[in-house]
Design a protein around this ligand. Structure first.
Ligand SMILES: [Fe+2]
Length: 491
């Protein structure tokens, strides 16, 4: 969405052989059928209904989401939705204090209101509905300062939400990274985003690595995504990027019109993101920003990879801070059967290596995988520590998955290209907490249940070369302890 500028107001468990996997899945399926859905998951029906209740727009603001579109130290953007009866959206902002007398202190800002026709609305004839998306960018804010805001129309308001602006310049930074949500977002992705928030409630932002939904233009699925996260999205800025499932034919089938594959009709109305991407790439799908001494670069692996290469080189060579994080959907090294993102690997990977990118965060393959482009000398770190590797100046590549869909892990996409795979998992929902402080970056991949499954620290020297120090994970799951009863392989 364009901004309404309010500057005035400113593991080493052996892989299970296929018969075992099938047997495990069959056992689970039998249990599911025999016991009944409700019997295994008490209250599942009610939870599902609750997860989906946000679909019908009303005059009350919903789908409230913070993002950044400018400097995270001095601005924040908020986007929300109402029905078309709300012609003028408003947002109010105040410095956060413990006094409940907020209203008198608050400044009011007019929103940019965009009528949007959306499709795939459950319970609406033809599935089509006109709604209003509203957005405000609060600018001129003080760094590292807690504010309160609410959105509405002057009569009907949301609750007051608190957020903190980023610090100005290098400061310890923690953020969350999530792989694909995509399927059963209400029933099964919701627990991951909530556990992530419980684990890192002071995370400065949420990075969503694509395939946020399965059907790009489905209002129902976007409704589940917003309801699943609830107030978390209104408190911590999100940095989303599109996966292949954010693109689909439009208009929907059966309308008798010419259809073409396009970015989700919801993307630009509901996300207010930096418009500083490569020319010719859909705005707000490819962008960069600096936050607390870290450059975050978001690429769109669905659109012209070559066009983004020159842009990427320019972004990485213009006075980058000490740490550089890149994110895109289709992985450089594929981890699932018959997958290969050759253009991404051949075009972008050499740039990542040349400019000393530190982490490349990806999705798409519905497994967990972590490694580097080339093998490195390693030593055993000793008791309580894992392996230590001198990984040079290039990045650590990570693929992860947050949602329900799972694929079988394949290592060919790494081995064929000489890459060094360090750790992987399948049939496992995860979220990741990244903490950067000084010359150290700590990465922790957590299971949906919270335990640390993979952990390492990158120690960066003055010449940009890094030492990767693994920590012993909290869990090394085996089949007998696999929560889903299915295959769970570690190394
Ligand atoms: Fe994907």
């Amino acid at each position: 969405m364009k901004n309404s500028d309010a500057s005035r107001q400113g593991a080493a468990v052996p892989r299970l052989r296929r018969p075992w996997r099938l047997a495990a899945w069959f056992a689970l399926a039998t249990l599911s059928v025999g016991a009944g859905y409700g019997a295994i998951l008490p209250g599942a029906g009610a939870a599902l209904a609750a997860a989906r209740e946000g679909q019908g727009a009303s005059s009350r603001p919903d789908r409230i989401l913070l993002t950044w579109s400018g400097d995270p130290a001095t601005s924040v953007s908020v986007t929300w939705r109402t029905d078309t009866t709300v012609a003028r959206g408003l947002a109010q902002l105040a410095l956060a204090g413990a006094s409940p007398r907020v209203e008198a202190e608050a400044k009011t800002v007019d929103a940019l209101t965009e009528p949007t026709e959306v499709v795939g609305v459950r319970g609406v004839a033809g599935g089509m509905m006109k709604v209003h998306y509203h957005s405000v960018t609060f600018t001129g804010l003080m760094p590292d300062t807690k504010y309160l805001y609410r959105v509405g129309d002057g009569e009907r308001w949301s609750e007051w939400f608190q957020f903190r602006t980023a610090a100005d310049g290098p400061q310890p930074l923690e953020f969350l990274y999530l792989g694909d949500a995509q399927n059963d977002i209400g029933p099964l992705w919701s627990r991951v985003i909530r556990e992530a928030y419980a684990t890192a409630p002071r995370a400065r932002f949420l990075l969503h690595a694509g395939d946020l939904v399965n059907q790009a233009h489905s209002d129902e699925e976007w409704g589940e995504w917003f309801s699943g996260a609830g107030h978390i999205f209104a408190m911590i800025p999100s940095l989303p990027l599109p996966g292949n499932h954010e693109y689909a034919d439009y208009p929907p089938q059966g309308w008798g019109e010419t259809r073409s594959r396009r970015l989700s009709v919801f993307w630009q109305p509901q996300f207010t993101l930096p418009r500083n991407g490569a020319p010719g790439i859909s705005p707000e799908t490819n962008y960069w920003l600096d936050v607390q001494g870290v450059r975050v670069v978001v690429l769109n692996s669905n659109e012209d990879v070559g066009r983004q290469a020159a842009w990427l080189e320019a972004v990485l060579s213009s006075s980058p801070p000490r740490w550089i994080i890149v994110a895109h959907h289709h992985p450089v090294f594929s981890s699932a059967r018959e997958r290969d993102n050759r253009a991404v690997r051949e075009t972008w990977q050499p740039i990542f290596e040349r400019f000393g990118v530190d982490l490349v965060l990806q999705g798409h393959d519905h497994v967990y995988a972590r490694g580097t482009a080339a093998p490195a000398a390693q030593v055993d770190g000793g008791a309580g520590r894992g392996k230590i590797r001198e990984v040079g100046t290039g990045p650590v590549y990570v693929v992860s998955v947050a949602g329900r869909k799972m694929y079988e892990f394949q290592d060919d996409g790494w081995s064929r290209h000489g890459a060094d795979l360090h750790r992987w998992a399948e049939n496992t929902q995860l979220f990741q907490v990244v903490r950067i402080e000084g010359n150290r970056l700590r990465f922790r991949a957590h299971l949906a249940t919270g335990e640390v499954y993979d952990a390492f620290t990158l120690e960066k020297r003055a010449d940009g070369a890094k030492r990767l120090v693994e920590e012993e994970p909290e869990v090394n799951l085996t089949l007998s302890s696999a929560p889903a009863g299915g295959r769970l392989s570690l190394r």
